[in-house]
Design a protein around this ligand. Structure first.
Ligand code: CMC
Length: 429
């Protein structure tokens, strides 16, 4: 990263030279860190549409090309050739593991899959009809009350243990939230199974009969996890970084990320999208929903469409669509009415001027819900599965932030409230 170019700001008859930083890929960045000190002025960018809030070497997105790279590796290659645990290693440590490193990492993760037994009682404090994301925000935050030996953010070893704990235990916690909601006993992790296979087993096994993990579903779930593993400075990751910048412990930071992910504009979109597809129900009703999405007064948006960064296509959606076709074909449910509605909706929207001109394409959440539903997950579990998958991204970004010795995140504002005025006693108001 070098600063051999400058931008010049001209203000009130004075000029200020602002260094321009060049990344390894992507647009140059104007460095405004000294702007307030030198020129007594802030910048205004709600929603961070033009602001880089950090430097990062983890994930790169080119929205115009529809490109997503984890540590330089294209997502479609990883989704085809790799596994979620290998991708976790790559994101956390920067390089693909050797066979020995992968085996060691797998062992470390699987040895941490159980949660403290006392956490079982903690679950029982929730109502059975709680949304599993509500339970997860609470239980993941509460991990800081159970794992005191991995709270010191200044100790690299403790940071490492916290990272492994969260990658290992999030699936257990999500599965427990699900089991609790359906009134079934918790299923303990089984370390002989793969990361995805173990999660399926913890969700769908019951003590009364044997459960055999379907390898097609196991592979498809592993791929969903890889596709969601990181996405540079999205809302939940930025939340984790901001929480972490105050020195909060890692479990509290990831709980903050889970809370942010829950919103329908972010990770909650997979649930919202499937509910929308079900509500549409039949292809003849699609035009009505397209018209509502185009009407600004309706407050309705096509869920699973559009993205802040991707303005060509979402490369994750391409892989997800292929995967949906494959899984439903193999399960013999390719005539699934929701898939038919999704395909037709995509076709109509992509030939409509409104969506073309605003560059609104299906995103990763458009097809993921269909696969998860075919696997037997209720819609309320879609976002928790996103959270499990994104945990490694959040932790990798959090670790990077801690070692970067950044400042506490503290945005400025454009104040538009009243100017100073004097207090008026209640009897005189
Ligand atoms: N349906 C209809 N119109 C849309 C949609 C949509 N899904 N998305 C954006 N628009 C319109 C929007 O009304 C606006 O129009 P105008 O310029 O006339 O005011 C224009 O497109 C730009 O929208 P924006 O809200 O300014 O764009 P953004 O970059 O702030 O928002 C988004 C991105 C993903 C929040 C938004 O596209 C959206 O709400 N999509 C639906 C929810 C969704 O699928 N979210 C998952 C995102 S991918 C997974 C993840 O990140 O978690």
């Amino acid at each position: 990263m070098c600063a051999d170019k400058t931008a010049t700001l001209s203000l009130n008859g004075q000029t200020y030279d602002l260094p321009i930083l060049s990344p390894t890929m992507g647009p140059d960045v104007v460095d405004i860190r000294k702007l307030y000190d030198e020129a007594d002025i802030f910048t205004y960018d709600p929603g961070f549409t033009s602001t880089a809030a950090c430097k990062s070497a983890i994930t790169y997105i080119d929205g115009d090309k529809g490109q997503l790279l984890y540590r330089g590796y294209p997502i479609d290659q990883l989704a085809k050739e790799s596994s979620h645990l290998e991708v976790c290693f790559l994101l956390l440590y920067g390089e693909l593991p050797t066979a020995d490193q992968l085996e060691d990492f797998r062992n470390r993760v699987t040895r941490h899959t159980m949660v403290h037994e006392q956490m079982h009682y903690f679950f029982r404090g929730f109502r059975r009809d709680s949304h599993p994301m509500a339970t997860m925000v609470g239980v993941v935050g509460a991990m800081s009350a159970f794992y005191h030996d991995s709270l010191d953010i200044n100790d690299p070893w403790q940071r490492e243990v916290a990272a492994i704990r969260m990658i290992a235990k999030l699936p257990t916690i999500a599965a427990m939230a699900y089991k609790y909601s359906v009134g079934q006993p918790f299923v303990y992790p089984k370390n002989s199974l793969s990361y995805a296979g173990n999660f399926l087993n913890m969700c769908f096994a019951v003590p009364a009969e044997d459960y055999v993990v379907n390898p097609i579903l196991e592979k498809a779930l592993d791929r969903i996890m890889m596709l969601h593993a990181d996405h540079e400075q999205n809302a939940s990751t930025s939340t984790v970084r901001l929480a972490g910048s105050s020195g909060a412990n890692p479990f509290a930071c990831i709980a903050a990320g889970i809370a942010c992910l829950w919103g329908p504009a972010h990770g909650g979109a997979n649930q919202a999208c499937l509910e929308m597809l079900r509500e549409i129900g039949t292809v003849d009703r699609i035009p009505e929903y397209i018209a509502r999405a185009k009407d600004k007064n309706s407050g309705f948006r096509l869920m699973g469409f559009g993205h802040r960064v991707y303005k060509n296509f979402d490369p994750r959606a391409t892989v997800m669509k292929e995967s949906a076709d494959e899984v439903l074909e193999l399960l013999g449910s390719h005539n699934n009415p929701t898939l038919q509605v999704a395909k037709e909706l995509e076709r109509i929207a992509l030939s409509d001027d409104y969506f073309i001109s605003k560059k609104l394409y299906p995103n990763v959440d458009f097809y993921s819900g269909i696969i998860l539903e075919a696997m037997g997950f209720p819609t309320a579990m879609f976002t928790p599965i996103f959270a499990i998958s994104r945990t490694v991204g959040w932790i990798s970004q959090w670790k990077e932030m801690i070692t970067d010795a950044g400042k506490i995140g503290r945005p400025r504002q454009l104040y538009i409230g009243p100017t100073q005025r004097d207090y008026v006693d209640v009897k005189d108001r």
